[in-house]
Ligand binder design. Structure first.
Ligand code: ZN
Length: 297
């Protein structure tokens, strides 16, 4: 878990990290979240002489933002958890915003990160899976059911590898950090090989690595071009583990996107800036939004 105290202008006053403790079960994770938030609020009081005015929490899985319910997370094990209510009670009645981790990360990239000043962007996180967020005028478009921006499950290779979602050939089966790790491990017959090692081998001129990398870059470019056709973002912000490869990813990716576009205006394809704290910062921005909404309402 990553946490931060955020000033109203989005600047970070204090940051902290803790394990979720998910090996001890779902209840332990929920307790760990509530304890962490309470400790952070207390730290705010001690260090800055003032308690936080609101709190935000961003979690993975399916979220009902309106009702403050963490509906489902396969990784953390909860179902229909009233996290907003629990956190509000623990923090003595503070207003609490509940967000989705990737959409919150996208919100932060849009307002204080790589998308600063960009009215329309697409945020793509290349991690164990691939997730995305659609940024429009300083907010994130979650869609009618909370699945807006799920570019990881766009089918780019019909009949391709089986995806955890039940479909085949989804983008995340081909271009996530986990997919590149799998393909690279298979290519060199080393089960411990990973995507970071593949990127290094690409840089060293290994043709097997180049072939694995090409497959991921091409799939990602196909996904981005599809998104470009539907959403026409000015900027595509790419983050997550695979984006750590820097120019090794971005140089061929920009070229692959450019060569696929016909009539579209090309988006800028840029690396994310906020790294793995993006979701925590986004949760803080959601908390500030809550206050400004209450003031104007
Ligand atoms: Zn899928």
């Amino acid at each position: 878990m990553k946490a931060a105290l955020l000033a109203q202008d989005g600047s970070v006053l204090f940051e902290a990290r803790r394990p979720t403790g998910r090996e001890h079960g779902t209840d332990a994770v929920v307790t760990a979240i509530l304890d962490f938030a309470a400790d952070l609020a207390e730290q705010g009081g001690r260090r800055f002489g003032e308690h936080p005015l609101a709190a935000g929490v961003a979690v993975p899985g399916t979220i009902d933002e309106r009702n403050g319910i963490a509906v489902f997370s396969a990784n953390l094990g909860w179902r229909d958890l009233p996290l907003r209510k629990l956190l509000g009670e623990r923090l003595g009645g503070l207003p609490v915003a509940l967000g989705h981790d990737v959409r919150s990360g996208g919100l932060a990239e849009g307002r204080i990160g790589a998308g600063l000043g960009v009215a329309r962007f697409l945020f793509i996180a290349l991690g164990t899976g691939i997730a995305g967020a659609i940024g429009i005028d300083g907010r994130i478009e979650a869609g009618a059911h909370g699945y807006g921006g799920e570019i990881g499950h766009v089918v780019v290779r019909p009949g391709g590898p089986a995806c955890g979602c039940g479909a085949r050939g989804c983008l995340e089966t081909l271009a996530s950090a986990a997919a590149v790790s799998r393909a690279w491990a298979e290519a060199i017959g080393d089960p411990a090989a990973d995507a970071a090692g593949c990127a290094l081998a690409v840089e060293a001129g290994d043709p097997r690595a180049a072939a694995v990398w090409r497959g991921a870059v091409d799939a990602l470019a196909d996904g981005i071009v599809l998104a470009q056709s539907l959403l026409d973002p000015g900027t595509v912000i790419v983050g997550g583990g695979l984006a750590e490869a820097g120019d090794t990813l971005f140089t061929p990716l920009r070229a692959a996107v450019a060569e696929r576009l016909t009539f579209h205006m090309p988006p800028k394809v840029v690396p994310a800036m906020l790294k793995d704290t993006a979701a925590a910062l986004g949760a803080g921005l959601l908390a500030w939004d809550l206050l400004s909404t209450e003031v104007t309402a």
